[in-house]
Design a protein around this ligand. Sequence first.
Ligand SMILES: Cc1cc2nc3c(=O)[nH]c(=O)nc-3n(C[C@H](O)[C@H](O)[C@H](O)COP(=O)(O)OP(=O)(O)OC[C@H]3O[C@@H](n4cnc5c(N)ncnc54)[C@H](O)[C@@H]3O)c2cc1C
Length: 433
Amino acid sequence: MVEETFKHSLWSAITPSGPDLPRLEGEITVDFALVGAGYLGLNTALTLAAEGHSVALIEASEPGFGASGRNTGFVVPTLKKALSPKNAMATFGKPRGEAFSRMIGGSGTRLFDLVREHGIDGAEQTGWLQPAHSRAALAANAAQVSEWRDLGFDVELLDAEATHAKTGMDGYHGAMHIPTGGQVNPLAYVRGLVRACLGAGVQILARSPVTGIERDGIGWAVRTASGRVRAGQVVLTSNAMVGPLCAAVDRSIIPTRSFQIATQRFDAETQARILPARAPVADTRRHLFAARWSPDGRIVGGGLVYPGPGRMARTRRRFEKRFERFLPGLGKVRAEYAWTGTVAITLDSLPRLYRLNDGLWAPIACNGRGVALTTAFGYELGRFLAGRTTEAEFVVPVTQPDPVPMRAFAPIGPYMWLPWSEFRDRLETEAPS
Ligand SMILES: Cc1cc2nc3c(=O)[nH]c(=O)nc-3n(C[C@H](O)[C@H](O)[C@H](O)COP(=O)(O)OP(=O)(O)OC[C@H]3O[C@@H](n4cnc5c(N)ncnc54)[C@H](O)[C@@H]3O)c2cc1C
């Protein structure tokens, strides 16, 4: 069960506790009620409070219990190549495509500015690297770099030698390097945002699963077993766990389980040799190789769960082997922590803002790149809900939930995708000349 793995993560083990939070008891009335305290709920709440609104953020478990407390902590200020600035403008038209791209390109800067402003620990603006496993992948990286640079963002293309110097890894043709990216301790970032929200006057209610939302005069009432929040507007920031609250939103995403491991600790000499720049690495393979150093000297990373019997033990071993293969200087690798989390995926990898009814909203699907994106998207959403920007100016179109075709079969999609992707990756990988 996903629920059982939150406490087994490295981040739960090494992160100081957050503030004590009350449960929802009785009735309160606010301007905005947000359901789900991950990065999106917290960043939206922080922005709405800064705009002078009263906000209640209601969380089923504890803040960060969803993807936000369990992820790898990569701060990635870009999206897949299919969503490069040029493609975003083709999808959304020029003004919105440019606003969307500026949000993505500026998301690393926004996150690290926020972290500095609120004194949040565990964040390192070391840059983010996407090494290319083939000549074609390097050409695609080069095209993206030039599109970001045309928009004024500091993004560069490294050659094979510079890539080796930053990663200590062999076999790559070069890399896209985004200096405004980096890494966070994901749970420390959540708990830092909780403190910032409390300081701004947001009421955060923990251990309060929302069981229903109904019309209440011109606003809404959000119900839990022990209380009710009356609000002018309600925002479902429940991400991949939205299913019990809204089936239509659930049908628009593919909840996909991701597996993470953190290895044994390595000494300072190994840390100086492997990923010496401490920039997290996510390469261009379809089943990408991703790795970073934790603050306590472990390699952390993972990917999709491998299918078949005994899949958790097998997946753990596959990721240990992957670290040994891609980071050969590590020697024998042993996972000391293993956990899973669920990513809400859309087929086109774009985030959405759904208007479910007047004053009832569901933003969703920051896909597997949500650390920086939810930070920036939450800020934009807070400003939109506060009336600072219009619907026409908002970074994505406001739509109705669009169901994923053949959704009933979607959960098996990743299992079929994984062997096919690894096969294609093996075929395409070329040694640099
Ligand atoms: C294993 C893993 C690794 C990842 N690695 C990265 C990475 O390195 N970099 C990156 O950019 N992205 C990464 N991602 C994606 C990123 O973590 C997510 O996109 C992001 O955290 C989503 O934030 P969120 O606030 O939308 O949702 P969540 O963090 O999932 O928050 C939703 C919250 O809603 C609560 N909730 C649900 N239902 C209810 C209810 N009925 N009542 C009250 N509360 C409710 C949940 O308990 C949860 O706390 C990863 C994701 C996973 C799972």
